[in-house]
Ligand binder design. Structure first.
Ligand code: MG
Ligand code: ZN
Length: 361
C-alpha cells in the first residue's frame, strides 16, 4: 500500500513534468518546509473576502500572505462543482464527479495530501465548523461514492488514523442506523474524545478528537472563538514533537450562509475564518518552516458588491443564486514555497505541489 501510494505520487509528478503549464514544474529548488497548514473557506470567493474586508474597516489578516493566484474549480462532471468534487480535487489532485468523495470518476480510491504526510510518519489533523464527516474534511480521509453516506464516512474516519480532529457530526458516530458506537471504538483505539474545547488550553496528547456538535457547530455569531481556538489547539498538539505536521482547516459555513443569501452571515463567517487564518499565520511567522495555503473549493451565491466605503464599515452586496457559481476563486500563500502558488491554476495543482514537496523530503 505504501509503495503503491508513493508510486502513484511519482507517476503524477512525472506526468506533470511533461506539461509546461503545470505548476509542479516550477519547483526547482525544494523549499525548506516542515509543516503545511491548508485552509479552505467553503464558498469563499473573491467578493466574500472583499465584502468582509470592507465591513472590517478595510483590512483582513489574510493580507499578510505574500502570494496570490486564481484557481479554476470545475469538476469532472460539472462546470459548477459541489463541495465533494471540489474537496476531492483540493485534497487528492484528482478531479471527480460531483457528489463523490476521495474517488476518481471511475470510482477508484484516490489519496490525499494528508495521506502523504501519514506515509512520511507525521501527525495530521482536521479542524472544521461542519460535521467532521462533511464533504470537505471527508475528502481528505474517506472514499465514498456519495457525500451523503455520513455514517460510512464516520467509519472511514475511525480507520483513517487521523491524529487530531475537531468538528461536529457526533450523531454520525453515536446515533447510527447500525446502532454501533464509533466514539467508543475510537476510545478503545486510544483516542481521547471530548465534546467541547472551552476549558482546554494545553496541547493534547495524540490521538485526540473533538465532536463539538450533534451535526453542525452553531453559526459564527453564536460560536465564539471556537474556530481560532481549535486551530491553535491543533497546531500546539500536532507540533508537540516538532518533526512536522499537516493540518487542514475549513471555514465550512461561509457556504451555508451563501446558500441562504445571508450577507451579514457570509461576512461574519468570513471574518471568523480570517481570525483562524491569523492563528495559522502567526505560528508560521514564528516557526519559519511552515507553508500556509488558503483557498476555496468554489464560490457560493454569486455575490456581487454594489457599494461600500473602503475604510469605513459599510458594504452593500447582492446575490445572483442560492447555489454555487463557476467563477475562479483566489488562493493565498505564506511561508517557504509560497511563491509557487501564483498565476492561474487548476484546483488539482495545489495538492500535487504539496505532495511533490513531501516527496522531496
Ligand atoms: Mg465544506
Ligand atoms: Zn454549498
Amino acid at each position: 500500500m505504501k509503495k503503491l501510494l508513493l508510486f502513484m505520487i511519482s507517476a503524477l509528478v512525472m506526468v506533470s513534468c511533461c506539461d509546461k503549464t503545470d505548476k509542479t514544474t516550477t519547483i526547482e529548488k525544494k523549499p525548506q518546509i516542515k509543516n503545511v497548514i491548508y485552509m479552505i473557506g467553503d464558498g469563499m470567493g473573491l467578493n466574500q473576502i472583499y465584502a468582509a474586508m470592507t465591513a472590517n474597516g478595510g483590512s483582513l489578516y489574510i493580507e499578510k500572505c505574500s502570494t496570490t493566484g486564481l484557481v479554476k474549480t470545475y469538476s469532472a462532471s460539472d462546470y459548477i462543482t459541489d463541495s465533494a468534487a471540489g474537496g476531492t480535487a483540493l485534497a487528492t489532485g484528482s478531479k471527480t464527479k460531483n457528489g463523490m468523495i476521495g474517488m476518481n470518476p471511475d470510482s477508484a480510491n484516490v489519496y490525499s495530501v494528508l495521506n502523504s504526510f501519514q506515509e512520511a510518519g507525521l501527525p495530521v489533523g482536521l479542524v472544521v465548523t461542519s460535521p467532521i464527516t462533511h464533504a470537505t474534511p471527508a475528502s481528505f480521509y474517506a472514499h465514498q461514492i456519495s457525500r451523503n453516506l455520513y455514517e460510512n464516512i464516520a467509519v472511514d474516519l475511525y480507520n483513517s488514523g487521523i491524529d487530531f480532529f475537531c468538528g461536529g457530526g457526533r450523531n454520525h458516530f453515536e446515533n447510527r442506523q447500525d446502532s454501533l458506537n464509533y466514539t467508543d471504538s475510537l476510545i478503545k483505539k486510544g483516542y481521547n474524545i471530548v465534546y467541547n474545547i472551552d476549558s482546554i488550553e494545553a496541547p493534547q496528547l495524540l490521538p485526540f478528537g473533538v465532536l463539538a456538535a450533534d451535526i453542525d457547530l452553531p453559526r459564527a455569531e453564536e460560536r465564539g472563538d471556537y474556530l481560532p481556538k481549535a486551530v491553535d489547539l491543533a497546531i500546539k498538539s500536532l507540533n508537540a514533537k516538532g518533526e512536522g505536521f499537516f493540518l487542514m482547516v475549513e471555514g465550512s459555513q461561509i457556504d451555508y450562509r451563501g446558500h441562504g443569501n445571508d450577507s451579514v452571515g457570509v461576512i461574519a463567517e468570513t471574518l471568523d475564518f480570517d481570525r483562524a487564518v491569523k492563528v495559522a499565520l502567526d505560528f508560521a511567522e514564528k516557526d519559519g518552516e511552515t507553508l500556509v495555503v488558503i483557498t476555496a473549493d468554489h464560490e457560493t451565491g454569486g455575490l456581487s458588491i454594489l457599494n461600500g466605503n473602503p475604510s469605513g464599515s459599510t458594504v452593500s452586496v447582492t446575490f445572483n443564486t442560492t447555489g454555487h457559481t463557476g467563477t475562479m476563486v483566489p488562493i493565498y500563500a505564506y511561508g517557504p514555497g509560497a511563491d509557487i502558488f501564483t498565476g492561474i491554476m487548476e484546483n488539482i495543482d495545489i495538492p500535487k505541489i504539496i505532495k511533490a514537496i513531501v516527496q522531496g523530503w
